[in-house]
Design a protein around this ligand. Structure first.
Ligand code: TIU
Length: 227
């Protein structure tokens, strides 16, 4: 697809020039332990409803993305069962009684292969959609995400998922430094903390789009469905 075929999608701080053939949907960490009542997130005292409101918009966007035949990639935060990729600093952070790797409400907390670490059924990846298991907050750190994007000729990312100020922001910043243009649909990202949702989005699009663009899934769905 040439530069001439870009579709203008309304966004802040100015319209995003979407090139569908070079744009992937990157859904960050929509995992049961973060989103489901009774999971690790709620166990820590967080209000999971703040994240659950993103499920329906993500479902609609993913459905439209699949229908248009575009690339969708999913990530999961988690560690190897032997904890060999878990820094001690991350394990003990928060001084919580329950740490990553311990028994949690849905299996060992944030361990690959455990039920709680998996993606919620509403957004479960198809067999042909890459799933990136990441040990950090950013999706590029210690993963093969960049290699996969290069193989597909991807230069733009629509980044959704949770949480806005942690893994979504970390990933957008990593992507921006690597030359990717990122659009974040605000209804498809969530934070346990409303003030962080607001500021996390402002931080992306401030200063002329210092890290990227902020938009809405309805405009994206309109753009890819018309194309
Ligand atoms: N995925 C992600 O954001 N992981 C976190 O640990 N987020 C928090 O907000 N704690």
């Amino acid at each position: 697809m040439s530069l001439a075929t870009a579709i203008e999608v309304p966004a802040q701080p100015y319209p995003f020039e979407l090139r569908t053939a070079h744009c992937a949907l990157l859904i960050i960490d929509m995992q049961r332990d973060f989103l489901e009542p009774g999971g690790f997130g709620e166990m820590l005292g967080n209000d999971v409803s703040q994240l659950r409101r993103t499920i329906a918009p993500n479902r609609a966007l993913l459905a439209a993305w699949r229908k248009a035949g575009l690339l969708a990639i999913h990530t999961r935060e988690g560690h190897r069962p032997d904890l060999s990729d878990l820094p001690q600093s991350k394990k003990v952070r928060g001084r919580s009684q329950t740490c990553i790797g311990d028994a949690g409400p849905m299996g060992r907390i944030l361990i690959r292969g455990e039920p709680g670490q998996d993606i919620i059924p509403e957004l479960y990846p198809l067999a042909n959609e890459p799933v990136i298991d990441k040990p950090g907050k950013g999706a590029f750190y210690a993963t093969d995400l960049q290699l996969i994007l290069q193989q597909h000729g991807i230069t733009q990312l629509v980044v959704t998922g949770v949480t806005t100020e942690v893994c979504v922001n970390s990933t957008v910043r990593e992507a921006n430094d690597r030359g990717y243009e990122c659009l974040v649909p605000e209804d498809c990202v969530g934070s346990y903390f409303p003030q962080f949702q607001t500021m996390g989005l402002q931080m992306i699009q401030a200063q002329g789009g210092i890290f990227g663009w902020v938009g809405h899934s309805s405009h994206l769905i309109g753009a890819i469905s018309a194309g």
